[in-house]
Design a protein. Structure first.
Length: 147
């Protein structure tokens, strides 16, 4: 049975409250519930972590290196400038998919660049919570992207 870590970065604990016109009205708990239900259907295990602290995110990427089969990460604002998160991703061998609820390429200029995406299997943006669903499907079954 595959185990996937879903790691959400800064301010994602404020989903449902923060800029609902951009991120919607659903909460992080809603996302975790949806992914848990999908994981049951896929016969896999999902673990969830969220932090507003860069070092904690890095520690989790390292800590779970021998315990998981893949990582779904929404690095939040760290996407655009955290070479430390980038280097943590570079240090592991399990597949990583970067997900963003909004289309970062259609937003402010500073959001257009991801320093982490080049090290990932793929990046899914602008599909809301469905982006996480597609990422989980791909990491478990290889669906939705070329293998």
């Amino acid at each position: 049975m595959k185990t996937i870590l879903v790691l959400n970065g800064p301010n994602l604990n404020r989903l449902g409250l923060r800029e609902p016109n951009v991120y919607g009205h659903q909460t992080l708990a809603d996302l975790e519930s949806q992914l848990s239900q999908l994981a049951d259907k896929l016969s896999c295990k999902v673990m969830f972590k969220q932090s507003n602290h860069e070092g904690e995110i890095i520690d989790w990427i390292h800590e779970f290196a021998d315990q998981i089969d893949g990582l779904i990460i929404n690095p939040g604002a760290f996407t655009h400038y955290s070479y430390a998160v980038r280097d943590a991703i570079a240090s592991i061998t399990y597949p990583v998919i970067e997900v963003h609820i909004s289309n970062i390429h259609a937003r402010e200029d500073f959001r257009h660049k991801s320093v982490t995406a080049p090290l990932t299997k793929g990046q899914i943006v602008g599909l809301g919570f469905k982006g996480y669903h597609y990422a989980l499907l791909n990491l478990v079954e290889g669906e939705g992207m070329n293998e």
